[in-house]
Structures are given as structure tokens and as C-alpha cells.
Design a binder for this molecule. Structure first.
Ligand code: G3P
Ligand code: MG
Length: 317
């Protein structure tokens, strides 16, 4: 990074580079900032707090809405982070709104996956935990579990299903973040996917299944890497393909998909355009980006580095 004073003296010129930061293993380990990440981020602002280097967070993690994550990151890192600077694995699920806005869908993963999907505009979302609670004995070992994965706000016994889950089919399932109860989730997802969205029955029309990312492992607080959402995908797929005649079909989002990096470029351009120093945007060729260089700073070679190398926009890593 340049020093703060150097950036201050040059800030009248438009910044010709942008940065995408990975979060886990680069900015944070668990909830603890890595090295001098808060100090490094502070150098991207003027003393007045104005952003001078367009940057965003490009993480395959998630589980809470971008607005909340921005607030949480601002507190942990000591800079004012906007929701538009937070791109999580599940952020592109928004683009599926046209398809499923008014359809019954389920969402699972750590945090509050149903809230994430509701904030994107999906009208009929159930967390997998709530959905499972309407089917007696769907999880045959639930009585041995002394914990719940349900967010505090939802922890009340549902008297009546919010939707008619016994007759209305689930139209899509979303793995929004790292699943917490793998055993239950594999069981219930197999039920939903093998029955055409109505557990207990049999129907070969598998509802679409979407994963927010496909990381096999990621760096959290523990010294060695932890199994990620991609490991869960392999576990689910292995079981499903053994018990179902048709192979599992699913779509994975997140890095290293090129569209994630393309989208990051668009956001970085918008961040730069909203800066009062940028007077050049009217002269720009449509579709081109205003940067000489875009940097991706990540810790996962098969996700961050691969994505940056494949990115249609010339991200360096
Ligand atoms: O669950 C988080 C993990 O899959 C990766 O996060 O920030 O390293 O892309 P990140
Ligand atoms: Mg990482």
C-alpha cells in the first residue's frame, strides 16, 4: 500500500486501480483481524473519511444480509464500509428473483439464510430448519440434539405452518452459507430433491439446487483449514447419487466464477464514479472499465487466484 500522505497529495487525480479483498484468511481469521488489515484499510481513505481507493470485499462466505455484514465489518475493522462494498457468495442469488420471487423456497446455512433471501425480495422463504419442523420425525436423531441452528428471532414453536408445506411443493433449495447440521440438512435435502419438493413422496423432477460457493476448505480461526460449503456439496452429492437413480443436479455460485469478478469490476467502477474526483466518466467507452489495474487479494489458489486469472477484466492477484 502507498502511504496515507502520498494518497492525500494525489487524491485530486482519479485513482487508476481498484482492489477486491477476500475476507477469510486475508482480512479476518474467524472474527479477528489478520495482521494489520484494519490499518491497511484505513490507508484507502483520506483523514476526512472519504474513500480514495475503490475497494470491495469479495468473499465466498456469508449467511447474513450485506447491510448487516457491512455494519459488522465496519465495527471489526474500524472503517466505514458500505453494503455495496460487500459481495458475498450468495449475493448473486438476487438475480434469481424473477424465477422464484413468489415460489416456495427453502434456504440453509449458518447465520440467517431465510432473512438473506427475504431481503433479496423472495416472498415465500422458509429456513430448512423451520421447514423440517413441520414434518414429524423427518430427522430421526433430532431428540439427541441439545441445540438448535435456528436464529434467535425464529425460535418459537411454529403452531401452524406459514405455508402449506404438506401440499405445496418446494420449487428450489438454496445453500446460502456453510451448513451447521450436515446430517439433518443432507437428510432433508435428499427428501426434498427426490420427491419433487414434497418430502415423503416420490417424483423424479428434482427442484433446482443452488450453492452460494464451492470452497472445499477455508481458513478460519483454527490453525488448519476447515471444511467448507464445497465439502458439504460433495457429501450431499455422494449420498444422493447412491440412493437416487438420477444424479444430483446443482449450480454453484461464488468465486472463481468469472461473472463474480465481472460484477466486482462493475461495482468498483460505480464506487469510483461516485467519487467527486471523477470527471472522466462521460468520455469512457461503453463497457470499458476506468482502471489501469484491478487487484484481487486472496488466500485460496483454486478460488481467488484462479478466478482472478480467468477474470475477463484483468484482475491481478
Ligand atoms: O465460509 C467462508 C469461506 O467459504 C470462504 O470465505 O472470504 O475466504 O472467500 P472467503
Ligand atoms: Mg479466503
Amino acid at each position: 500500500f502507498h502511504s496515507s500522505s502520498k494518497l492525500s497529495s494525489n487524491h485530486k487525480k482519479r485513482c487508476n486501480f481498484g482492489i477486491a479483498f477476500d475476507i477469510d484468511g486475508v482480512i479476518l481469521r474467524g472474527r479477528v483481524p489478520v495482521g494489520g488489515s484494519p490499518q491497511a484499510l484505513r490507508r484507502l481513505y483520506l483523514d476526512s473519511g472519504e474513500l480514495i481507493v475503490p475497494y470491495l470485499f469479495l468473499t465466498n462466505g456469508g449467511g447474513i444480509p450485506e447491510t448487516k455484514r457491512a455494519k459488522e465489518l465496519s465495527e471489526l475493522l474500524g472503517v466505514n464500509i458500505m453494503a455495496s462494498q460487500v459481495v458475498q457468495g450468495h449475493s448473486p442469488f438476487r438475480n434469481l428473483l424473477k424465477k422464484f420471487e413468489n415460489e416456495l423456497i427453502i434456504a440453509t446455512g449458518k447465520g440467517d439464510p431465510a432473512l438473506v433471501m427475504s431481503e433479496y425480495g423472495f416472498k415465500k422463504v422458509l429456513s430448512l430448519e423451520e421447514f423440517a419442523s413441520y414434518f414429524e420425525s423427518i430427522d430421526p436423531v433430532s431428540q439427541y440434539k441439545r441445540w438448535t441452528t435456528m436464529p434467535q428471532s425464529d425460535r418459537k414453536e411454529p403452531a401452524m405452518p406459514r405455508y402449506n408445506v404438506l401440499s405445496e411443493r418446494i420449487k428450489a433449495a438454496f445453500v446460502v452459507s456453510d451448513p451447521v447440521d450436515w446430517g439433518r440438512d443432507i437428510q432433508v435435502l435428499c427428501d426434498v430433491l427426490r420427491s419433487g419438493g414434497l418430502p415423503g413422496g416420490a417424483n423424479n423432477n428434482q427442484p433446482p439446487l443452488y450453492f452460494a460457493a464451492d470452497d472445499l476448505e477455508y481458513q478460519a480461526a483454527f490453525p488448519s483449514k476447515r471444511l467448507g460449503i464445497g465439502a458439504f456439496r460433495i457429501a450431499l452429492e455422494s449420498v444422493f447419487n447412491r440412493i437416487n437413480p438420477k444424479r444430483l443436479e446443482c449450480v454453484t455460485y461464488g468465486k472463481p466464477n468469472p461473472f463474480v469478478f465481472k460484477n466486482a469490476e462493475v461495482i468498483l467502477s460505480q464506487l469510483q464514479s461516485s467519487s467527486r474526483q471523477d470527471h472522466s466518466k462521460n468520455n469512457r467507452v461503453p463497457g470499458s472499465h476506468p482502471f489501469e489495474m484491478l487487484y484481487m487479494i486472496g488466500d485460496n489458489p483454486s478460488v481467488d487466484v484462479k478466478g482472478a486469472q480467468q477474470g475477463i477484466l484483468g484482475f491481478l492477484f
